[in-house]
Design a protein around this ligand. Structure first.
Ligand code: ADP
Ligand code: ASP
Ligand code: MG
Length: 417
């Protein structure tokens, strides 16, 4: 008998008919003799639809009320899924995140889980129930409802798996595993049988939506046995695990891209010590994360700076920069949108010279100019214009020998935005 956490994403429960098939899969697992905790996302486009509705009412709604609204999506799913399981003759109990004992920081929109008290889940499991937990939500110590950030149901699943010491955490989604890149962009993307926690963490942070970055962080920290697989097929999925158990000698394991990028340039800043600390200190104080930073062209004791950040923070960041001009004089501040960050990731990169050069060459062959670059031991990222991103990802995929001979992608239909 195994203790299993099964997580189903939005498209896997996109309709009542799909919900029924998911229920069947869960009941089969339970009837094999396993104990099953299920984590489920909101149905299909529900979260996006709720966001659209809120914007019709208020362009910038209070973060607290957004959490009140968005958490309802997952609550609908758990109740319906429990009913579908009951219909198959299996006892099941649905719970919200807070009923499941999930405590978070007192932050709205992207709270971290601080603690889980799984007593109620464990008791119900022992009474032969399937327990169905609403993903993406928790409660702060002062009783406020919080959400974990878009895609956060993955994190609920992995954190629960760690808390109840599950044998495995299975993430069921609309593709049948983790691929060398998004299989919806590159037809002959390669399905990976395994990927290391560190590589997956980089890919997730760099835009690969298949797993929420914090889910991978938890999995690594608590050594959770994590598997990503399809809710539409029985195909074997991809295992995320420690690097020691991995196939060695792979230079680039995967390619990711992120369109949530803007670049801000501050031109003609006095080149004196402490300027950077003041500018980026002011941005940090406003809760704005900065990614890549480049200083260029020092002339007449004045320098130009450029940095990238989330597109969604661009307008607030420009306000902060306008606000400090009286303290840190500069000539002009400008911004650029319609950008994308393309990244290659692989643990084998560290001992292989020329990996970045090959990336630059493949991009330049397409006539695309690279605006910014950043590197770490296991990744190289380039910011480029958004337009040719699919061509760039395909070219990189070929350049690093990742193409498979034929198209291997088998997944469900992607019927969400
Ligand atoms: P869910 O609703 O199940 O959480 P997501 O949309 O969050 O599903 O994640 C699955 C999607 O991730 C796939 O449909 C695919 O387009 C995308 N994706 C991006 N990069 C990858 C990758 N390297 N491997 C597999 N899927 C990827
Ligand atoms: N429903 C939430 C979202 O769409 C959480 C999730 O699906 O993981 O982001
Ligand atoms: Mg997801």
């Amino acid at each position: 008998m195994a203790l299993i956490v099964m997580k189903f994403g939005g498209s896997s429960v996109g309709s009542t008919e799909r919900m029924g098939r998911v229920a069947q899969r869960i009941v089969e697992k339970k009837r094999q003799g396993d104990q099953v905790v299920v984590v489920v996302s909101a149905m299909g486009d529900t979260t996006d639809d709720l966001i659209d509705k809120s914007k019709e009412i208020n362009e910038s709604p209070p973060a607290r009320e957004m959490d009140m609204l968005l958490t309802t999506g997952e609550q609908i799913s758990v109740a319906l899924l429990s009913m579908a399981i009951h219909k198959l003759g299996q006892e099941a109990k649905s719970v919200t995140g807070w009923q499941a004992g999930i405590r978070t920081e007192a932050v709205h929109g992207k709270a971290r889980i601080t603690d889980i008290s799984p007593d109620r889940i464990l008791r119900w499991l022992n009474e032969e129930n399937v327990v169905i937990v609403a993903g993406f939500q928790g409660m702060s110590d002062d009783g406020e409802i919080t959400t974990l950030g878009r895609g956060g149901s993955d994190t609920t699943a992995v954190a629960l798996a760690a808390a109840i010491k599950a044998d495995v955490c299975e993430i069921y989604t609309d593709v049948d595993g983790i691929y060398s890149t998004d299989p919806r962009v590159v037809q002959n993307a390669r399905k990976l049988s395994a990927i290391s926690y560190d590589e997956m963490l980089e890919l997730a942070n760099l835009g690969a939506a298949v797993l929420h970055p914090r889910a991978v962080e938890y999995a690594k920290h608590y050594n959770v046995n994590l598997v990503v697989r399809s809710s539409f097929t029985q195909n074997e999925g991809t295992s995320v695990r420690e690097e020691a158990a991995m196939e060695q000698g792979v230079v680039v394991r995967g390619i990711a891209y992120d369109k949530n990028v803007a670049r801000i340039s501050i031109l003609g800043v006095a080149d004196v010590p402490g300027v950077l600390a003041q500018i980026f200190g002011a941005l940090a104080a406003a809760g704005i994360d900065v990614d890549m930073i480049v200083q260029s062209g020092v002339q007449n004791s004045k320098a130009d700076f450029s940095f990238t950040l989330s597109l969604t923070d661009r307008s607030r960041a420009m306000d902060v920069i306008a606000g400090i001009q009286s303290v840190i004089p500069y000539d002009e501040a400008t911004y650029e949108e319609n950008l994308v960050k393309v990244s290659i990731v692989g643990a084998g990169m560290v001992s292989n010279p020329g990996v970045a050069a090959r990336m630059f060459e493949a991009i330049s062959k397409l006539g695309v100019s690279i605006k910014m670059v950043s590197t770490s031991e296991i990744k190289v990222s380039c910011v480029i214009a958004a337009e040719p991103v699919q061509d760039v990802v395909r070219a990189l995929h070929t350049a690093y020998g990742l193409d498979t001979a034929d198209s291997v992608f088998v997944g469900g239909p992607q019927d969400r935005r």
